[in-house]
Ligand binder design. Structure first.
Ligand code: ATP
Ligand code: MG
Length: 396
């Protein structure tokens, strides 16, 4: 036995020749998320129909579908025979366990694609409204702002559903290349990853850890953030780079006011190495213009020059309030504000340069001779993996 879900695609339906590829990836992404439960997904005219094993918990399916980019809406749906009696019978069967309730408002929406069906949309709507009243005599009709909607689609098959849930929209991850997300414990970078995944990017993440200057708790927090964003990204690997020696070297040998810049340059070099080894084409950061000293145009242009890879900063034009709203929506905010310091804070200079001259900063970076320290850090990198539902996968 299986249960049926109707899934609506958003932007994918605007795709021309590539549409099949996007749809195929979306189906794959959904199936992967619902695993180990079996699902069978077919498509029909801009819709996907997922038949999912009966024993898959509803909450798991809801979480899977509501976090998968490429889906704009979904609903548990029920099929009926293509006759008026059968449709009404099915409505009466599903309404008692729906969220319809006396005292609340509803509307019926009938989409009649099969014009040969014996009643027109209006007539069928009236029949279904009568069915609702027979079960909930104290409900009222509200066509504009109903609390509940009963939808009946009459196509080749007939589908009925009551509570359509919203999806993420965007495009399926793994349709737009691969990136490496610089994930810190802050508010911004999880949001940056979420935004790129929604544009179709597949992401791995990298975190620079400076133990014991940053505690094990700071690492736990980043792992927790990785797990929170994993459903939107379709799972991810988190590369944890031990960078204490690198930080100390910069502190002891560089110019104090350039410490953050030198660290950021090292992050770019290291992220590029690990990204390239893993098929990554871009680096993604949570920077926003002028948010802090290292996020000026001069500073960002310097860090860009440290890598051949494209550096994407999806938050660049957003203000903090907008970023926080998104962080709350995806559920990362409460974790991000836990008080464990990240390594930037511990090694931050009191008076950081905000307008570095690129050539000078580049020379200073070269003089620091970070090569061996970066080699060592890459060699000692530890990888954690999270599946598409955010569960940590134990590779051992
Ligand atoms: P966030 O809230 O994401 O921590 P932030 O406002 O604190 O950002 P910075 O500390 O300057 O700003 O970091 C800017 C970006 O650099 C982060 O969004 C993240 O992408 C990356 N970053 C900073 N620290 C680390 C780190 N320890 N490991 C990996 N990436 C980092
Ligand atoms: Mg930070």
């Amino acid at each position: 036995m299986s249960k049926l879900y109707l899934i609506k695609e958003g932007e994918i339906s605007l795709k021309g020749g590539n549409r099949n590829l996007f749809e195929k990836q979306l189906r794959h992404n959904i199936k992967n998320k619902i695993r180990p439960y079996h699902s069978d997904i077919t498509k029909q005219k801009g819709r996907l129909y997922a038949r999912i094993a009966e024993d898959a918990p509803d909450e798991l399916i809801d979480k899977a579908l509501s976090t998968t980019p490429g889906i704009t809406g979904f609903a548990r749906a029920y099929q009926a025979e293509k006759t008026v009696d059968s449709i009404i019978g099915k409505a009466k069967e599903i309404l008692p366990s729906s969220d319809f309730a006396d005292g609340e408002s509803f509307r019926v929406t009938v989409k009649r694609e099969d014009k040969s069906f014996e009643l027109d949309s209006h007539e069928m709507s009236c029949e279904l409204a009568d069915a609702v009243f027979s079960l909930f005599p104290d409900m009222t009709v509200d066509l504009k702002h109903p609390q509940h909607t009963l939808t009946c689609e009459i196509r080749n098959e007939v589908y009925l559903y009551t509570s359509e849930k919203k999806g993420e929209g965007g495009l399926p991850y793994a349709t737009a290349g691969k990136g490496m997300l610089l994930l810190s414990g802050g508010i911004d970078s999880p949001v940056a990853g979420y935004m790129m995944a929604k544009r179709g990017m597949k992401l791995d993440a990298i975190y620079f850890h400076a133990y014991p200057y940053t505690s094990e708790l700071a690492l736990d927090k980043v792992k927790q953030l990785a797990s929170i964003i994993a459903p939107y990204l379709g799972g991810l690997r988190l590369f944890v780079v031990p960078f204490t020696d690198g930080q100390l070297h910069i502190r002891d040998n560089g110019y104090e006011e350039e410490a953050t810049l030198m660290f950021r340059a090292s992050m770019m070099k290291t992220a590029e190495r690990i990204a390239k080894e893993n098929g990554g084409q871009a680096i993604v950061t949570g920077e926003a213009l002028s948010q802090v000293a290292s996020q000026t145009l001069d500073a960002m242009s310097f860090t860009d020059s440290m890598t051949e890879l494209l550096v994407l900063r999806p938050l660049v034009g957003m203000d903090k309030e907008e970023i926080i709203d998104t962080a709350r929506k995806i559920g990362s905010y409460e974790t991000s504000i836990l008080p464990y310091e990240d390594c930037c804070v511990v090694f931050s200079p009191k008076h950081p340069v905000t307008r570095p001259v690129k050539e000078v900063a580049k020379r200073h970076f070269e003089e620091l001779g970070m090569g061996n320290l970066i080699d060592e850090a890459v060699k000692n990198t530890v990888v954690y993996s999270f599946d598409p539902m955010g569960r940590e996968i134990n590779e051992n």
